[in-house]
Write a protein that binds this ligand. Structure first.
Ligand code: PEP
Ligand code: MN
Length: 338
């Protein structure tokens, strides 16, 4: 259930409510929106306890939440969660954010080169896997710990924040000094131990949709992070498995519309993994913006044909720059900026 706090209730009244919820044996999760503060109450409800809470000063009303996801639903917060990065950029605000970079950090020279042109073309954030979750154990698994100082140096060289995947609970600490956002990949979307640990860190989490996960599964996975206290979660649609063989996955644009309606969390779209084909990426970036995406994640490489991972879906520097020059018109048509 959620307690909708009366508009204008002061901090002391809200704190008393939170304390009372705790004293009744529940876990309170205050969610402060621009217009309304609500307190999500997690735990077994009884009519007796609801009656006690209903009479407390500052309570407007108490409403049950029927979905399995309680904290990430629009019901508890009508406006989109805005995540402010230390660099000042805001995720979930008016500006559509472009995250770009190689699938994997391969070397200092490779990552620096790509990072420079991402920045030059107007990208907002870098991506690049240091630890790669590969389908085959015989494929390149990323540089591992050796990649951390490389990414740190490139970040310092170009001055862009960095999102990178964490595949194992043990790597959360290793990546803490380099990751501005921790990415949870599709293959780990339901790694609940990892999600729970990421709920305790002071960094946003980019949670990618599992390739056979429903929209509802994704929201419940996000709930695992938020319930631990980290409310800065970004959802990412990256394609699902279907019978279609033309593309690597089927990018589910309708999921963006659904997620935006059902949740207050920002939603990103990754058309690179969503299609596996570089020539489809620009059109689907535009479609994602039209559907309401708050950001895009695109793989780029200076020499896609030489990429160690995912070259076929990586944009060249020229194609990336062209995309960046075309996107503002689409963002503007959707009431956004780039
Ligand atoms: C990635 O973004 O590098 C990646 C592996 O994506 P996904 O988890 O969506 O396959
Ligand atoms: Mn990739």
């Amino acid at each position: 259930m959620v307690i909708i706090v009366e508009t204008g209730a002061d901090e002391q009244t809200i704190q008393r409510l939170i304390d009372r919820v705790g004293a009744l044996g529940y876990t309170p999760h205050p969610i402060r929106g621009v217009e309304k503060t609500v307190i999500a109450v997690i735990g077994e409800k009884t009519q007796e306890k609801i009656d006690i809470l209903e009479t407390m000063p500052g309570v407007e009303r108490i409403v049950p939440i029927l979905q399995k996801y309680k904290l990430v639903g629009r019901e508890v917060k009508s406006e989109t969660t805005a995540i402010r990065m230390t660099s000042g950029m805001e995720i979930g605000g008016e500006e559509v954010q472009m995250v770009a970079g190689p699938c994997a950090v391969e070397s200092y020279e490779q990552f620096l080169n790509i990072a420079r042109y991402v920045k030059q073309a107007g990208g907002h954030m870098l991506r690049g896997g240091i630890f790669k979750p590969r389908t085959s154990p015989h494929d390149f698994q990323g540089l591992g710990e050796e990649g951390i100082p490389i990414a740190q140096q490139v970040k310092a060289d170009v001055g862009l924040p960095f999102v990178t995947e964490v595949v194992d609970v043990r790597d959360i600490e290793h990546l803490h000094d380099v990751a501005d956002i921790y990415q949870v990949g599709a293959r780990n979307m339901q790694n609940f131990a990892l999600l729970t640990e990421l709920g305790k860190v002071d960094r946003p989490v980019m949670l990618k949709r599992g390739m056979s996960a429903t929209v509802d599964d994704l929201l419940q996975a996000a709930e695992y992070v938020v319930v631990e206290g980290n409310s800065d979660v970004i959802l990412c649609e990256r394609g699902i498995r279907t019978f279609e063989t033309m593309t690597r996955n089927t990018l589910d644009i309708s999921a963006v519309v659904a997620l935006k309606r059902m949740s207050h969390l920002p939603v990103f779209v990754d058309p690179s993994h969503g299609t596996g084909r570089d020539w489809m990426v620009p059109a689907l970036c535009k479609a994602a913006v039209a559907a309401g995406a708050d950001g895009l994640m695109v793989e780029t490489h200076w020499h896609p044909q030489e990429a160690m991972v995912d070259g076929a879906q990586s944009l060249t520097p020229v194609d990336f720059a062209t995309l960046m020059s075309e996107l503002p018109a689409f963002c503007s048509a959707a009431g956004r900026t780039l």
